[in-house]
Design a protein around this ligand. Sequence first.
Ligand code: SAH
Length: 363
Amino acid sequence: MTPLETEIREMIASDGPMPVARYMALCLGHPRHGYYMTRDPFGARGDFVTAPEISQMFGELVGLWAATVWQVMGSPDDVRLVELGPGRGTLMADALRAVTVVPAYRAALSVHLVEVSPVLRRRQHDTLTGLGVPIDWHSDVAEVPDGPMIAIANEFFDALPIRQAVKQTDGWHERMVGLDDERRLTFALHPAPVRGLDAALPPRIRAAPVGVLCEWRSDEPVAGMARRIVASGGAALVIDYGHIESGVGETLQAVAGHGFADPLSAPGEMDLTAHVDFRALGRTAASEGASVFGPLAQGEFLRRLGIEERARMLRSRAIGAQGEQVERALTRLTDGGPKGMGELFKAIAFAHPRLGPLPGFDT
Ligand code: SAH
């Protein structure tokens, strides 16, 4: 049993079953035993690989996207480039390197990294110091100093806690993590329906038959960012895996060693994620007054930003096996199907209402 499982069993024994969201938050962010708090999970020897770790092209194109947004904003001489959940700092390093071609933008930048994990903060520090741009760390995007910002979040929102409820004859009952007769972790439904949930759900989900499961996240992280952008200017780009339309069904998954696992089997030692509901994200940003662009499949987004031309250029300069690596990365980042990220992953942006069109979303 993992040390976190011992703690969670004790919590449930004394306070009763906990919502799936609380379980997920503990598994990922428990100060001593949380998955992200104790390790660097990325790379071939880690648990999973993300787009910026697959190829430098991803961070470069996102970096140039942000530089173009800065120009669309009227090239302000002071802008915060914010990244939520920067992992190893790879995306930001590639983004900063790519924009040396826009020196006025680079000079206007301060970088703000929103990161909870002390291990990953150290890693980001090692990757990014010495690049000639001021960098600050924050635990929450609300701590980023006031002013115009361009925010980037790749594979961040999927790690935010998800709530789940199952439709019963008398309403939606929240799915909880409790203990079975042998004190093992198990899923169980709360005896009373979640108050107000039915009215808040889109009509298609509300009409679902008994037994159907739905998932949702707190609107606050997106709403807070959108409010700031509407008040002080700027834009945000969110890339993640998920669905364009809000739907029903479970997407909570545990990943360890590049394979799927039981979400209750080793708390704190596996990554727990769930699909991002892009429709809900866009709705939240729009309800705060932001303009919303997309969602759009990642493959299409990257092609519009010029990934094929960039790959061609890298291939022409490649030595030995590098050319093949560029080709494989291009396929992985843009292709549909089970092996590619091109269709499963989506991009969405929201911005100050007077800003636009935004690169990649304008055709
Ligand atoms: N963007 C990176 C890493 C994605 S993994 C990449 O594409 O490679 C998720 C990242 O979000 C990690 O850096 C993790 O430590 C961080 N994270 C998870 N939950 C967080 C939270 N609530 N607040 C801030 N950072 C969080």
